[in-house]
Design a protein around this ligand. Sequence first.
Ligand code: DQA
Length: 147
Amino acid sequence: MSQLLLLNGPNLNLLGSREPGVYGAATLAQIETELAAEASTLGHQLSSFQSNHEGALVDRIQQARREGVAGIIINAGAYTHTSIAIRDALLAVALPYVEVHLSNVHARETFRHQSYLSDKAIGVIVGFGPKGYRLSLLALHEHLAAL
Ligand code: DQA
């Protein structure tokens, strides 16, 4: 049994009402609840954290290491494309992470094609809507099981 952490960045608290044609109808609370249940069937305990603030996300990543979290699923939202600080925090704690995006960022504006997180992630899941979080959990679970 591992402790896992789901991190969501700016504006993802608005899921359900935010551009539903792009991001789907599910709320973040629904996604978090379903993912925690799925994690527990896989034998893990999943905590969730969302913030619109870069430093709060950095603090939560640092805290994860102290708590003994084994792996992270992260949708950093727009910080994906801008945040060296979040990249550095993930590298500092040296925890395996899966990067997830609801939308297919590669089919959108070119500024969304760049990620500061992808090259150090176990893998990246994009374009599957809320289901992408479940796919990320499965990928993280299998990665940890193989360690
Ligand atoms: C997003 C994609 C980002 O480009 C955007 O800024 C978001 C959401 C996604 O899940 O598709 O906030 O990370």
